[in-house]
Design a protein around this ligand. Structure first.
Ligand SMILES: Cc1cc2nc3c(=O)[nH]c(=O)nc-3n(C[C@H](O)[C@H](O)[C@H](O)COP(=O)(O)OP(=O)(O)OC[C@H]3O[C@@H](n4cnc5c(N)ncnc54)[C@H](O)[C@@H]3O)c2cc1C
Length: 420
């Protein structure tokens, strides 16, 4: 039963918007659009200017979006604007590799034809996705976008959550959402601690052009220093994510294009024939950072602010988008029922929904990285046998494909492609 007294107090409280989102990265932007689609008013704040975040060279990553993440973007009407830039991922081949020696005979092969839903995911470049999101945000009357502005302080009381910006301005809402990335100051200010592990690896990311078509096949080679992923982009191009020691990554990022292709070749192999560099090189130091709690008083954490993981499985953003789907559904349903959207029991619904998933993924990616970024002969035999086994059992293979497509577990409405 609703408590009319509680509701009337809340209705009397003057707020600038229902929710304040700190951080307009991909997760913050998509959360703002999801909440707005359900009639929730949002203030979205980011340190960086809108124009900077829309530059093609702002972020060199390309994302392997799971099928359910694509469905979420379709439900929010973002997908039609970027579909021409999206490359369907039809197969994934995972190989234990050693530079110069080619693939080992033990490998795993996942083919989308083993499930009925179509491609298991899509590759999309950051420059297309981020720009489409920021443009949709500018047109949405339910979203106030403040950038550049930095949140420097926050406070909560019985009915509201407030922030102070570095410009001196203060804003009030019923709920604060921290989407401010791996070092989330929103979490720190709320006293939420986090586990941290440095992988001593840096990912070098670049677009590579090649002579032969990739046929929508993604490859993952496990090398002793770290994995090399070759991910299909539109046209005869692939995005590589190459994890190496910090020192080697610094060399790879700064050497000239010809030297880079020569350095890449022994790991990449010849299967796509001639290679050339098709864009700038970017580097990302890799670590694990996992918040001890997803919620606090009138605060929820989401995306990398809650769980920043190794890109080995290409799942960081996909998990963030599951957070988005779950939190937006909980909040929009609560608002429709006239409940206080920042109340502890509402936030607990979100935390209960997501806690198991985010913790499991964080430690699973950590375990994979340890198992595969390693030349220990015993581990090598063990993982080769494991890969051979998985590959030979169709039910296990299908399980992996459904997991990569995001089809397992309690899937939020938006990730099923349904409106809120
Ligand atoms: C090499 C690499 C490859 C990857 N590939 C994949 C992939 O294929 N598939 C996949 O699913 N995931 C992938 N990921 C993971 C994915 O990139 C991240 O999970 C995702 O980008 C995180 O987005 P976010 O919005 O949570 O955080 P961020 O991108 O870190 O955004 C945080 C935002 O908060 C802002 N901010 C911070 N503090 C404040 C403040 N005080 N006030 C206002 N604003 C603030 C920042 O300016 C920033 O814009 C990859 C990651 C790496 C490193």
């Amino acid at each position: 039963m609703d408590n009319p007294a509680k509701l009337s107090i809340l209705q009397l409280m003057k707020v600038d918007s229902d929710i304040i989102i700190v951080g307009g990265g991909l997760n913050g932007c998509i959360l703002a659009l999801a909440l707005a689609s359900g009639g929730v008013s949002v203030t979205l704040i980011d340190t960086l200017p809108n124009d900077t975040r829309q530059l093609a060279e702002f972020d060199g990553r390309s994302y392997a979006l799971a099928l359910t993440s694509k469905r979420l973007l379709s439900a929010l009407s973002i997908w039609p604007g970027i579909t021409e830039h999206a490359q369907p991922m039809l197969e994934i081949k995972v190989t234990d590799g050693r530079a110069g020696e080619g693939p080992s005979p033990f490998w795993m092969h996942f083919d989308h034809r083993e499930i009925e839903e179509g491609p298991m995911g899509y590759m999309i470049e950051d420059r297309h996705l981020r720009r489409a999101l920021l443009q949709s945000i500018e047109q949405d009357p339910k979203i106030t976008h403040l950038a550049p502005e930095t949140v420097v302080a926050q406070s909560v009381n019985r009915t509201t959550a407030s922030v102070t910006l570095d410009s001196g301005r203060s804003l009030t809402s019923h709920l604060l959402v921290g989407c401010d990335g791996r070092t989330s100051s929103t979490a720190q200010r709320a006293g939420i601690k986090r586990s941290f592990k440095d992988y001593n690896q840096t990912a070098v990311v670049a677009a590579i052009g090649h002579e032969k078509p990739h046929n929508g096949i993604a490859h993952q080679f496990f090398m002793p220093a770290g994995p090399l992923a070759i991910l299909p982009l539109t046209g005869n191009r692939s995005s590589i994510v190459w994890a190496e020691s910090h020192a080697r990554a610094a060399e790879l990022t700064t050497m000239n294009d010809d030297a880079f292709i020569q350095a890449l070749r022994p790991a990449f192999g010849d299967f796509l024939s001639d290679l050339h560099v098709a864009g700038a090189r970017f580097s990302y130091p890799l670590n694990l950072t996992l918040a001890d709690a997803l919620i606090a008083d009138r605060l929820a954490l989401l995306g990398d602010a809650a769980h920043g993981v190794h890109p080995i499985a290409g799942q960081g953003l996909n998990q963030g988008l599951r957070d988005v789907g779950a939190l937006a559904e909980v909040i929009v349903d609560a608002k429709r029922r006239g409940e206080d959207i920042g109340a502890p029991d509402i936030l607990e619904r979100y935390a209960t929904w997501r806690r198991f998933d985010v913790t499991t993924l964080a430690w699973a990616t950590d375990g994979f990285n340890h198992l595969f970024s390693n030349d220990n002969p015993i581990l090598r035999v063990g993982r080769d046998i494991g890969m051979g086994l998985i590959n030979s059992i169709p039910a296990l293979r299908r399980g992996f494909i459904r997991e990569a497509a995001g089809l397992t577990g309690d899937v939020p409405r938006l990730l099923q492609g349904r409106a809120l």
